[in-house]
Design a protein around this ligand. Structure first.
Ligand code: HEM
Length: 508
């Protein structure tokens, strides 16, 4: 009892002081939030849900109800115009759809990628993830050094040399689809094209044969888990503190670890081959090893840095293309007239050839239009963001510096001031004679930080689509949804279920 009263005598002032500090800190924070509000409140935007706290609906709630967060951004862009703000406690961002500002900001190296998103993606729930790799590097000099070293693996000469692999992997998909057509089963096209794009990136980038249409592998699931984990990690800052989420968070960490340990193993094998003087391809893996160090010995950080880029290419180079292919098949299934026109072009250009050449790809003009229109409605990597350090004026609105700006290609692609009747799938918007969209169409982002794999992805997509159109008739299984699943990247919720039959293409 005596011990307890001594404890109380000492503890009470300490506790009082602690609570006093807490209240002072809270009041200081409220003043800080108020200061931020006053700085940015003149910018139009949705009303805050309280004097102190953040933006209107919780993004997580939209996601949990199966909605697409980007639809909310679109609704606000329609309501509040080319630049509007959203608040999240003391954090304010501006969402920009003004073409002039998009051009000025994205085309210039002056505006780095923002810290809130890209620094955070260094790790997921404490497990290193994209680190300082090409997508997340923020410092211009450090990024530029990497990009210069990677560029040869994406030059047009090098890409021409990949046509063999694109053809070969797409043929494996055709074999699989032939089995599906013979068995009269339904095909989940998203799953199948995912296997192909993962096979392609593993082979082309890292020289590894996965053959996922035959073998099972933990990679597709690991990539999906990382991307979904990334969404929770970025969009809900309290997610990791909820004990209920502990199991899921461990799963995400485990998925990141799997990608990194696989990377370490594949890199080691390649380094040994290089040290033994074996001939190695000048592929993405070789370039990744070069970006890490020009010296003979590598530090631990060099090793980690190589893994950052390994994971970056594994993630960036696969899912986005697979989702584009699946959305493309979905829209062709919904538009028989467009499908027929695309098939006719393939028949005229490719005929019954199995080996599609680089030059053939250039002649598939309508198919290119179809793929572009697919990314207008479904930009599978829907945006990017930049830090605006100094004051700027966007469409007459003064934006004080020290803010992040979001550029959302889903929003721009669906605003009717940029694209007439935007919910109509119309590849003729991208007809070679049509006027080019002015800084409102950027599914691969724009400027120095635009997608390094754009040409790679579109060559791969064209080879797969051309072979599919050449060999098969397909129809969408009735009553499936055409909704979008917002899972970091955008993908078709239904998986795009199709019934297939063989085309009598040899007689065309
Ligand atoms: C349809 C397919 C693809 C789409 C829609 C797409 C889209 C994008 C977008 C929007 C960015 C900018 C990301 C940001 O600012 O945060 C980006 C960056 C990047 N993408 Fe892609 N991508 C695709 C395919 C690929 C492929 C196949 C590869 C590699 C083989 C790749 C590699 C990269 C890399 C390395 C970057 C970072 C570039 C840099 O900052 O220097 N992408 N991509």
């Amino acid at each position: 009892m005596a011990v307890f009263s001594v404890f109380l005598t000492l503890a009470t002032p300490a506790l009082t002081f602690f609570f006093f500090l807490l209240i002072v800190a809270f009041l200081a924070y409220c003043l800080y939030v108020r200061h931020i509000h006053m700085k940015y409140d003149h910018i139009p935007g949705p009303p805050r849900d309280s004097f102190l706290l953040g933006h209107s609906p919780s993004f997580l709630r939209i996601m949990k109800n199966g909605g697409v967060v980007h639809d909310k951004f679109l609704e606000w862009a329609e309501k509040y115009g080319p630049v509007y703000r959203i608040n999240g406690l003391h954090y304010v961002v501006v969402c920009v759809s003004s073409p002039e500002a998009t051009k000025e900001i994205l085309m210039s190296p002056k505006y780095p990628k923002d810290k809130f998103v890209y620094k955070k993606l260094f790790s997921l729930f404490g497990q290193r993830f994209l680190g300082n790799g090409l997508v997340t590097a923020r410092d211009h000099e450090k990024w530029y050094k990497q990009r210069r070293i990677m560029d040869p693996a994406f030059s047009s000469v090098y890409l021409r040399g990949l046509m063999g692999t694109f053809n070969e992997r797409a043929e494996k998909l055709m074999d699989k689809l032939a089995d599906v057509a013979d068995s009269k089963k339904e095909a989940n096209m998203l799953h199948l094209v995912n296997c192909v794009t993962l096979d392609v990136i593993a082979k082309v980038a890292f020289g590894v044969d996965l053959d996922l249409l035959k073998n099972s592998s933990p990679f597709p699931k690991a990539i999906e888990t990382c991307l979904k984990g990334m969404v929770y990690y970025l969009r809900d800052r309290f997610f990791q503190f909820n004990p209920k989420n502990r199991g899921y968070i461990n799963e995400v960490r485990e998925a990141c670890r799997l990608l990194r340990t696989t990377g370490a193993q594949w890199i080691d094998e390649r380094k040994t081959a290089m040290q033994n003087g074996d001939e190695v391809p000048k592929d993405i893996l070789t370039q990744i090893i070069k970006t890490a160090s020009q010296e003979d010995s590598m530090t631990e950080e060099d090793e980690e840095f190589m893994l950052d880029n390994f994971v970056t290419f594994f993630i960036a180079g696969q899912e986005t293309t697979a989702n584009q292919l699946a959305f493309c098949i979905m829209e062709l299934g919904r538009h028989p007239d467009i499908l027929e026109k695309a098939k006719k072009e393939v028949d005229d250009v490719i005929g019954m050839k199995h080996e599609i050449s680089y030059d053939d790809l250039g002649k598939l003009v309508y198919l290119s239009q179809v793929l572009k229109e697919t990314l207008r409605m479904y930009p599978t990597a829907p945006g990017t963001s930049r830090h605006i350090a100094e004051d700027i004026v966007i469409d007459g609105i003064h934006i004080p510096g020290g803010i992040n700006a979001l550029f959302n290609s889903y929003v721009s692609g669906r605003l009717d001031k940029f694209f007439k009747d935007p919910l109509r799938f119309d590849p003729d918007r991208f007809h070679p004679d049509a006027s080019k969209p002015y800084y409102c169409y950027y599914p691969f982002s724009l400027g120095p930080r635009s997608c390094l794999g754009k040409n790679f992805a579109q060559m791969e997509a064209k080879v797969v689509m051309a072979k599919l159109l050449q060999r098969f008739d397909f129809t969408l299984v009735p009553e499936q949804t055409f909704d979008i699943l917002d899972a970091g990247t955008l993908r078709p919720k239904s998986g795009v279920l199709c019934s297939l039959s063989h085309r009598d293409y040899k007689n065309k």
